[in-house]
Ligand binder design. Structure first.
Ligand code: ATP
Ligand code: MG
Length: 454
């Protein structure tokens, strides 16, 4: 990526921006998959309903009212006596639900401003069926439509109940649509929750296995795919456990069995009497014995130990206190209240191995711990000769020691780092070697960083 030419405003591609808007959890995504089509369907249905059904029905209804109005006005104009006019008015009220009055000699009032799609349709229909001018009045009485027709002889007022032009299906339709989609979404939500719970449990179990924590055999539930994954995970967990046990047993067995011939050899050398050659042989044998002892200790350390919650500052405090008995120049910087689940004895071995190295190769050790981004970091800094970056992976190999420390007086057997990393990895974390902030007169120093997932 070129830095110099990049524009000042960072451009985020549309695809990425959309992705950020989308929910991350399976639950959110499934909900979206369900809700979006439902609402598209709803919108389409609403559109079709209003465009086709509602419009057609309203048009028919307004035309019917306009036709009735024109018919009554025509009949009244043609009736030549009061009786027949009254008869028309009576029939209109009885058969058409319209109340009709006549005000002779009057003229049309000023038109009210009437709005709304139905009023527009009604006016349109009246324009088509009436030859006389007319005025629409929706304020006559509640739920009543007033039509005043201005004939030369006077004003005819026709009052119609609103229900003659309003179709109630609109409300029913909207209620039905929203009601049914709320119901459907609720049902989907409940079912989905039940489907996602086993997946979440599976993820938690896999995470715990990654940190070598105890995972009880959990009830397999959910869809067949989730059950299958769960069963596979449990089988994997058992195989991992078996493998660890196998490795430890073999290690312990080999170390133990090799000690017997070594002891025999030592006895034989002692019988041969002291000479330059036997001295060398004896020192080699002691070194091998030391290695085997270290291996045995390592193997024993892996015995089943349950992981438990530990206050980090307190835990490190104990280790530092016992290191101080050897060298008082050990500092600790860890805020109280950091809780972490770990195997106490194994982790103590890991950290004290690293502090031991710091004090063996340097003259002071600074220990610090903090939690960030769901991980605990423990750093152990020293002011010793350090390790060249190229060798920082190499020293983790069993029995690897850097030349200067080959001197048996200063160096150990070369298992300390191997064991420390093994323990950290067993907890799902790692040990990494870095530059030390304590670089100074004594040397560049070394920082050992242990990180563990919380
Ligand atoms: N803090 C350190 N500063 C400089 N060199 C180090 C440091 N820690 C480890 N080393 C180098 O890495 C090598 C391997 O370390 P490791 O702890 O595995 O073995 P060891 O200290 O030699 O023996 P032991 O098994 O007793 O710990 C050491 O021999 C040493 O050369
Ligand atoms: Mg060591």
């Amino acid at each position: 990526m070129t830095i110099e030419n990049s524009p000042p405003v960072r451009h985020i591609p549309l695809k990425l921006r959309l992705k950020r808007l989308l929910p991350r959890s399976l639950f959110g995504r499934t909900l979206l998959i369900f809700v979006v089509p439902t609402f598209i369907m709803l919108a389409a249905a609403t559109y079709v309903f209003f465009d086709r059904h509602w419009y057609t029905v309203e048009q028919r209804m307004t035309h019917a009212l306009a036709g009735d109005t024109a018919f009554i006005v025509d009949l009244l104009q043609k009736s030549n006596n009061v009786e027949s006019a009254n008869e028309v008015v009576r029939l209109a009220s009885q058969k058409m639900d319209l109340s009709v009055t006549f005000a002779p000699g009057m003229s049309l009032p000023e038109p009210h401003s009437v709005r709304g799609p139905i009023a527009v349709m009604l006016r349109h229909a009246l324009n088509e069926s009436l030859s006389d001018p007319f005025v629409l009045d929706m304020t006559y009485a509640p739920e009543t439509i007033g039509i005043k027709v201005g004939a030369p002889e006077g004003v005819y007022t026709i009052l119609s109940p609103e229900r003659r032009v309003y179709t109630p299906t609109t409300q029913v339709f909207i209620l039905w649509m929203t009601g049914s989609s709320i119901l459907l979404t609720t049902i989907a939500l409940v079912f989905m929750r039940n489907q996602i719970r086993p997946i979440r449990r599976l993820a938690e179990a896999a995470e715990a296995i990654g940190k070598s924590r105890e995972v009880p055999w959990f009830k397999l539930e959910g869809s067949s795919e989730v059950r299958q994954a769960g069963a596979a995970l449990m089988i994997m967990r058992d195989r991992l456990k078996r493998q660890i046990v196998q490795r430890t047993t073999m290690l312990a067995g080999v170390s133990h069995d090799l000690r017997t011939p070594l002891t025999r050899m030592r006895l034989q050398i002692e019988l041969m009497g002291a000479s330059a050659e036997t001295e060398e042989l004896a020192s080699d044998i002691s070194e091998m014995e030391e290695m085997l002892n270290a291996y045995l200790a390592f193997a024993r350390g892996e015995e089943e130990e349950a992981a438990a919650a530990v206050d980090l500052a307190e835990f490190l405090g104990e280790i530092v206190a016992s290191a101080r008995r050897q060298n008082p120049d050990v500092t600790l910087n860890a805020a109280p209240g950091m809780e972490i689940i770990l195997r106490r004895n194994a982790m103590r071995r890991c950290v004290s191995n690293l502090i031991g190295n710091a004090l063996r190769y340097g003259s002071r050790a600074d220990v610090a711990a903090f939690i960030r981004d769901n991980a605990v970091t423990i750093t152990i800094d020293d002011n010793g000769p350090g390790i060249a970056p190229a060798l920082r992976e190499e020293v983790f190999r069993p029995f690897t020691r850097i030349d200067e420390s080959r001197n048996p007086a200063t160096g150990g057997v070369g298992l300390g780092l191997t064991i420390a990393r093994d323990i950290a990895r067993f907890h799902g974390g790692d040990v990494i070697l870095e530059d030390s902030p304590l670089a100074g007169r004594n040397g560049p120093g070394l920082r050992a960083r242990v990180w563990l997932p919380v």
